[in-house]
Design a protein around this ligand. Structure first.
Ligand code: EPS
Length: 361
């Protein structure tokens, strides 16, 4: 199950090709709507105000509403690019932006909307993720859900997943939404940006997905999540907190009724345990700011850069569906690989209880 995307933020269209999708999955263009809207710009005042309808066209791989097993090509036309916004910085490097490395690597770049390095690229990851999520749910009953777990210094005071879709931040604590709105309004007015953390949990995984050494489930998740623009860190389970923990605390004890805790995040030795999968992704603050900053241009002159136009004060606000999509894509791939090698032995194991549950005590 491989996905490649194509297109630039201000080109005529963006798209993706999904190779290796199992045949027979029912999929219709309208099924992409919900997740594409969750990720899109211009839906609330807390994100970039670019207005794209993000209507998907299915070009191939689906016949009479069902996947055929051949490559699925999806495309979305860009309709609201304003390339003049980039006129003044076309030859300048925004500090903290891929402008600099694209130029150093290729010696040329499409500066309009950041071209390929724009968050617009993530639209097609989300579209591919819609197919992955649907297959996981239908074939294995696996659900993949995300939420924002930090914005700046603010952390949730509760983890209520039913609150997540009821606010523009994917925040799991309803009573903090007002505080977040005030924080984001002040940040936007100041012209600055802030980072964020997004968690994803996947439930219903059988034990056995993932390869023991090369192609570890956690390795694939880290690579997939790290490949999202603006990501600077990925954690699995307790993540970097393991550094300060003792082995006697970290080990997840087993009993006849399952694991007593889940510090490992549902993965041991690169293979799913059958517990909830937990991962966390850190997004840096957006680098396109209207606050002036020192830099150089492509000719080596020192310049002051001011970015105008429409930008996200916190790109992490739109990242929850993107992280969900990347996790779902990895899980589909690992499910297919596991099935190819072992059949569905991980679903109904002949050796141990199939689905270990957290001990109710
Ligand atoms: C982006 C800048 C803005 C965002 C864009 C990401 O685009 P523009 O400069 O064209 O107004 O709106 O995000 C999207 C269009 C999207 O769909 O995610 C940037 O600098 O990365």
């Amino acid at each position: 199950f491989t996905v490649t995307t194509f297109g630039e933020s201000h080109g005529p269209a963006i798209g993706c090709v999904i190779d290796g999708c199992p045949p027979g999955l029912e999929i219709a263009p309208e099924e992409f709507r919900r997740d594409l809207d969750r990720r899109a710009t211009g839906r609330t005042r807390h994100t970039s105000q670019r207005q794209e309808s993000d209507d998907i066209e299915i070009l191939s791989g689906v016949y009479q509403g069902r996947t055929t097993g051949t490559p699925i090509a999806l495309v979305i036309r860009n309709t609201d690019a304003r390339s003049k916004d980039y006129g003044s910085i076309a030859e300048q490097f925004r500090p903290g932006h891929a402008d600099y490395t694209y130029w150093q690597k290729y010696g040329l770049r499409d500066p309009r909307g950041g071209g390929r390095s724009s968050a617009r690229e993530t639209t097609m990851r989300v579209a591919a993720g819609v197919i992955a999520k649907k297959w996981l749910a239908e074939r294995y009953g696996v659900t993949v859900r995300g939420f924002m777990s930090q914005i700046g210094e603010i952390v949730p005071n509760a983890y209520d997943l039913s609150a997540v879709e009821e606010n523009p931040f994917f925040w799991p604590a309803a009573d903090q939404v007002g505080e977040l709105e005030t924080y984001m309004d002040a940040l936007r007015k100041s012209g600055d940006s802030v980072g964020a953390r997004v968690d994803v949990v996947a439930d219903g995984l059988p034990p056995g997905w993932g390869e023991p050494i090369y192609g570890k489930l956690d390795g694939d998740l880290a690579a997939a999540l790290m490949s999202i623009n603006a990501v600077k860190g990925v954690e699995i389970g307790d993540g970097f907190a393991v550094v300060a923990s003792k082995g006697s605390e970290h080990r997840d004890q087993l009993s006849r009724s399952g694991f007593a805790s889940n510090h490992a995040g549902g993965i041991l030795g690169g293979i799913s345990t059958g517990q909830q999968l937990r991962c966390s992704t850190a997004f840096k603050p957006t680098s396109s700011l209207r606050l002036p900053v020192r830099s150089v241009d492509i000719h080596g002159n020192e310049v002051e850069v001011i970015t105008t136009g429409r930008h996200d004060p916190c790109v992490g606000i739109r990242a929850t569906p993107i992280c969900e999509a990347m996790v779902a894509l990895v899980l589909v791939d690992q499910a297919l690989r596991h099935r190819a090698q072992c059949g569905d032995v991980g679903v109904v194991s002949p050796r141990i209880p199939a689905q270990l549950e957290l001990d109710a005590d």
